[in-house]
Design a protein around this ligand. Structure first.
Ligand code: C2E
Ligand code: MG
Ligand code: MG
Ligand code: MG
Length: 280
């Protein structure tokens, strides 16, 4: 009986693997099609200055509603696009669309805000990232100080000359560079010396556990110490509650984003949000 059970379990496992592979293949095909058809969308999450309660920027977050599988998280489809060699195409589309949308919401703000765009390591390996960016910027008339590029630590650990060169070029042009999910990557901080970084984004996992976990609180304090010493700004991710906001303000974190203020919004909703927010 044990052997039969084993066989049965194995068959079940095999079926599951087949299902996973089938889903993956179908997703790949659908994603390729929808990227080509410009069927993806962008949601924008406001970045807020806690003390003045003003919008300092918005982060562009790619959205995909697949006709077969429904809403797919970027946590799932961005890696697929990377694996399929489609991240450049996806990334350029996001960049163009977000710059095109920029004028529609930024004009409503009392003080200037920036557009923050996520970029994958692979986009930097191609030599053309900064060219693409500048091209899109000029086309839609967005000045460099209104752009921030979010990269993960893995980009900075990638010693490819193209990566280093392009990051320096972007900074020289006046574009901000933020390190996304700061603290969750590799532990070597030496890259901070080599790259002119503008901001560190505290990963939401630290924000959400800081009240109960002394280690997470210690990490937030350590990030603040680095930021103050290096004169870079800090943006907290995943601020969901008043208690989290209070804790961050106590720790001298002045900017952030999260469901407490707003979830990521499509452009029309963002426009409504700005109208309401800037009144108060
Ligand atoms: P990220 O850049 O760290 O983006 C922040 C994520 O936190 C977003 O998830 C956002 O919706 C979510 N978030 C914001 N506020 C809260 C909150 O209060 N609570 C919680 N629990 N979550 C919150 P999303 O939109 O699912 O994106 C996931 C990741 O996918 C992003 O993480 C980014 O790494 C990647 N991504 C999204 N769009 C793009 C893109 O256009 N290009 C590239 N290369 N990556 C992208
Ligand atoms: Mg980001
Ligand atoms: Mg992040
Ligand atoms: Mg993240």
């Amino acid at each position: 009986i044990a052997k039969e059970m084993d066989q049965c379990r194995y068959a079940f496992f095999e079926d599951q693997m087949l299902d996973i592979n089938r889903r993956r293949l179908k997703l790949e095909t659908a994603l390729r099609r929808d990227i080509s058809n410009n069927a993806l969308r962008i949601a924008y999450q406001p970045l807020i200055d806690f003390t003045s309660s003003s919008i300092i920027g918005v982060e562009a977050l790619c959205r995909w509603e697949c006709s077969e599988f429904g809403i797919i998280s970027p946590e799932e489809f961005i890696p697929i696009a990377e694996d399929m060699g489609m991240i450049d195409e996806l990334g350029s589309w996001v960049m163009n669309q977000a710059m095109k949308d920029f004028a529609d919401w930024s004009a409503l703000l009392k003080s200037p805000a920036y557009l923050s765009i996520n970029a994958s390591p692979q986009q930097f390996r191609a030599d053309s990232f900064s060219d693409y960016l500048n091209h899109a910027r000029l086309q839609f008339n967005v000045s460099p100080e209104h752009i921030q590029i979010e990269i993960t630590e893995s980009v900075l650990l990638d010693h490819a000359p193209a990566t280093t060169r392009q990051i320096r070029e972007l900074r020289q042009a006046g574009i901000r560079i933020a390190i996304d999910d700061f603290g969750t990557g590799y532990s070597s901080l030496s890259y901070l010396k080599r790259f002119p970084i503008s901001a560190l984004k505290i990963d939401k996992s630290f924000v959400q556990h800081a009240a109960n976990d002394p280690t997470d609180l210690a990490i937030i304090r350590a990030i603040m110490a680095i930021a103050i010493q290096m004169d870079v700004s800090v943006i907290a991710e995943g601020v969901e509650t008043q208690a989290e906001l209070d804790l961050l303000i106590r720790e001298a974190v002045h900017c952030g984003q999260g469901f407490f203020y707003s979830e990521p919004l499509y452009k029309e909703e963002l426009v409504e949000f700005i109208r309401g927010f800037e009144q108060h």
